[in-house]
Design a binder for this molecule. Sequence first.
Ligand code: NAP
Length: 314
Amino acid sequence: MSSSPIENVIIVGTGCAGLTAAIYAARANLEPLVIEGNQPGGQLTTTSEVENYPGFENGIDGFTLMDQMRKQAKRFGTRFLQGQIKKVDFGQSPYLISTGEKGFRARAVIISTGASPRLLGLESEKLLFGGGGVTTCATCDGAFYRDMDVVVVGGGDSACEEALFLTRFCSKVTLIHRRDELRASQIMQDRVFANKKIEVLWDTVVEDILGAEEKAVRGVRLRNTKTNKVTQLPCKGVFMAIGHIPNTQPFAGSLDLDEDGYILPVSGSQVKTRFPGIYAAGDCVDHVYRQAITAAGMGCQAAIDAERWLAEQE
Ligand code: NAP
């Protein structure tokens, strides 16, 4: 590990935060090295239409947006490397980060590892995940459920977006939410309520997903939280959209994390950690806004801070 060259800045993750940081760091001649992670392009690559990223009057699909950002970062000299960071040592400078097989040294590090979809934690969910009919991505899997009944679990913008997208293929979409009001933005709620293919089941939780024996979803067992009444709803697909968990496990022993695992920045900054030269940007640190544009903004801040900090060290 000690023989690896010392990088100016390593960026971990390639969502909006990481790629924006790469564009800024590359344009500052820092020749950033980006470790891509196991979902290049991040969460937006699994989104259909992004309607609220400024500059695209008619929206842009998530994959294209991320592909453009990557090409833009590359144009200015960003180097990309496939790998999953497993271990870090921030106790010495240059800082050490490692995939397990390969180690890297850097004067500055920008962590933009994003967040992964949360699951309910049911045994049946685990058994049926992927090919069995439980998924977290309507954009990826929706077309497999043409003319079928499906359920979406959750009450936020993601759940509404998934439900609306699925109406393009499915005969009926039941949105299952644990409370009696949605968390989603008003515009998304309005679209859901106006769509005749979507039914919302309020105050309802999924107790089990049926079909584990056949390795194919055949329904869900539901419980009404107010009446405790248990019912079964036949369906062929279950789309989980109940939020996200920050991808910060490799940093748990080194950086300060909050109780949900989000990286805690130092007071007075959104992106600085308690280690000089180590920054965190996007969904691994932000549990409030979690938007493509705010992640991009944080990536920009982190790269500018890293550039200034590196200049001070010379
Ligand atoms: P979210 O806003 O955190 O919503 C998660 C939903 O899942 C909530 O309704 C929550 O219920 C429910 N939930 C959480 N844990 C649950 C459990 N164990 N069992 C059942 N339900 C559970 O997450 P999100 O929808 O993924 O959105 C994340 C961020 O991205 C938000 O800031 C959102 O605005 C943004 N986003 C924006 C767009 C857009 O603008 N087009 C699209 C997607 C996402 P409670 O409401 O009861 O807590």
